[in-house]
Design a protein around this ligand. Structure first.
Ligand SMILES: CC(C)(COP(=O)(O)OP(=O)(O)OC[C@H]1O[C@@H](n2cnc3c(N)ncnc32)[C@H](O)[C@@H]1OP(=O)(O)O)[C@@H](O)C(=O)NCCC(=O)NCCS
Length: 179
């Protein structure tokens, strides 16, 4: 399949939201307001896989944060304002979300999207020196990608995800130093 990795534009918002709805359960999908703000505040952080036929088959969104070794849980709030945390001179990439179209999964594009988008951000912004993200403990495909790309578990955000029988489940915080 011929897919081009490119920076997202505001015109991509409807396709990004289609992927968001295909990628996550309704209670954890982020809003079009959140993505519109990401595209406006952190345009160098939003990447898409474009099949050049009017359809996007994946997206990855990120912000640049000031490096904080403590990685406090409060920074990872869902639907937080990218405009409030993103700094063009930030030292750490926070990868806020990634989805590959269900019809395209399991063929290596998720790994390529993640690896190539993160590498492109490091190449474009030489102040970056680490990357950070959170992941659900049961999102096996995503966790395989993050481990394979050198991320290590450094902590957790308690009670982040809804779980069975009205309980809550932590999000795992993962970080990688360097490119
Ligand atoms: C996570 C996601 C982007 C991965 O995309 P993908 O195109 O399926 O990924 P790949 O084909 O590159 O596979 C990545 C790895 O996961 C494995 N994998 C794929 N689907 C899997 C599954 N259902 N269960 C377990 N492992 C799986 C692959 O074997 C591969 O591992 P390997 O490199 O060790 O062989 C995609 O599954 C997705 O959009 N999921 C829903 C949203 C999500 O979880 N986003 C990430 C958190 S923000």
């Amino acid at each position: 399949m011929n897919l081009q990795l490119r920076l997202a534009t505001p015109a991509d918002l409807p396709e990004i939201m289609r992927l968001e709805r295909a990628g996550f359960a309704a209670d954890i999908q982020e809003t079009d307001i959140t993505f519109a703000e990401r595209l406006a505040a952190a345009p160098d952080g939003c990447w898409v896989l474009d099949n050049e036929e009017g359809r996007l088959l994946g997206y990855l969104c990120a912000e640049f944060w000031a490096f904080d070794p403590a990685a406090p849980a409060a920074k990872f709030a869902r639907d937080h304002s990218a405009g409030a945390l993103h700094r063009l001179d930030g030292e750490e990439v926070y990868i806020s979300s990634m989805v590959v179209d269900p019809a395209t999964r399991g063929t290596g594009w998720g790994r390529r999207l993640f690896r190539d988008a993160v590498a492109a951000m490091f190449a474009r912004h030489n102040r970056l020196r680490s990357a950070i993200l959170i992941v659900h403990p049961q999102w096996d495909a995503a966790r395989r990608i993050y481990h394979a790309e050198g991320f290590a578990e450094i902590g957790s955000v308690p009670d982040y995800f809804a779980a069975a029988h009205g309980t809550r489940m932590e999000a795992i915080i993962m970080r990688r130093a360097g490119v």
